[in-house]
Design a protein around this ligand. Structure first.
Ligand SMILES: Cc1ncc(C[n+]2csc(CCOP(=O)(O)OP(=O)(O)O)c2C)c(N)n1
Ligand SMILES: [Mg+2]
Length: 281
């Protein structure tokens, strides 16, 4: 049914834009992809206005290229750098007011469950660290407390990038930013541990240093969310513009941090593990 919606009515084939024809013929609809396939198929996000060397853009591309069922997915975003890319995305998405993304996702998930009780409908939140862990922390935590079946992804560039470089709860202590000239005065929030305590069935910490773990962990999270409960993926996505790093060196920053204080980490509950096992052919 959902796949039928993406197909082109034969009567309109001659007037459809080539971009859309390519998406139907050689895109990810009904044809699951991974990060290793990037560059070989028509992607849902091909252009964006984010800065050169933006790690968030890289993470975003990998995520939308790894959706298990893009034709049955709605992404909820929030204000921030990522919202600039959402407008280029060939997929249903909602822009929520800054910080409200998990509350909006809860309402959406509930409505979809009632309207389509027998169908898979993946609701995925993708937002910055400020939206997720500062102004939206209440909404993030309460969606987890309620056990809402939503996947939450945070693009952690450790600052408010879009508004010129204020500190966020996710900034590292003592970091000096354009708009935090005296340095941040308290520690980085440990949101992965809070997610575990709040009842997430699966939590992963990854970075743009390596693309495969982003794809693998995200796929696991979306599948677990469907049947077991909320999941959380935190991706370190350093911002070259605010950190004053040359675009071509920004990935190296991710690599260095992934070897020190931003290492790969994964938490999975027994139920979630069993469920993933049950999906294996
Ligand atoms: C309700 C509300 N408060 C504040 C803002 C201003 N604002 C826009 S983007 C942003 C920071 C976003 O930071 P983050 O979520 O970390 O995303 P990033 O830009 O770093 O990707 C803020 C404070 C807003 N648009 N709406
Ligand atoms: Mg940010």
């Amino acid at each position: 049914m959902s796949l039928d919606i993406t197909k082109i009515n034969p009567h309109f084939e001659d007037v459809m834009p080539q971009e859309y024809i390519d998406l139907v013929k050689n895109g990810p609809f009904g044809n699951e992809k991974s990060q290793k396939d990037l560059g070989t198929f028509k992607e849902l996000l091909e252009e964006h206005p984010l800065c050169a060397g933006c790690n968030l853009a890289l993470a975003f591309r990998i995520l939308v290229g790894s959706l298990p069922n893009p034709e049955d997915t709605i992404i909820v975003g929030s204000t921030g750098c990522s919202s600039l890319a959402f407008s280029q995305l060939a997929l249903h998405n909602i822009h929520s007011v800054f910080g409200n993304q998990n509350a909006v996702a809860t309402g959406l998930k509930t409505a979809l469950r009632l309207r389509f009780p027998d169908k898979i409908k993946d609701v995925i939140v993708m937002a910055g660290d400020g939206a997720t862990a500062d102004i939206g922390l209440d909404m993030t935590l309460h969606s987890w407390f309620r056990g809402d079946k939503i996947t939450t992804v945070m693009f952690d560039n450790e600052l408010y990038a879009n508004t010129g470089g204020q500190e966020s709860g996710m900034s590292v202590r003592d970091t000096v930013l354009y708009m935090a000239p005296k340095g941040k005065k308290f520690n980085k929030i440990n949101l992965p541990d809070m997610a575990i305590a709040a009842g997430c069935s699966y939590v992963a910490v990854v970075s743009t240093a390596r693309t495969k773990p982003i794809s693998d962990c995200f796929k696991k999270a979306v599948l677990i969310t469907r049947e077991i409960g909320p999941t959380y993926i935190q991706i370190y996505t350093p911002c070259p513009t605010n950190l004053k790093i040359k675009p071509y060196e920004s990935k190296k920053v991710a690599t260095d941090r992934s070897k020190s204080d931003y290492q790969f980490r994964e938490h999975i509950t027994d139920d979630a593990k069993k469920y993933l096992e049950s999906l294996k052919p």
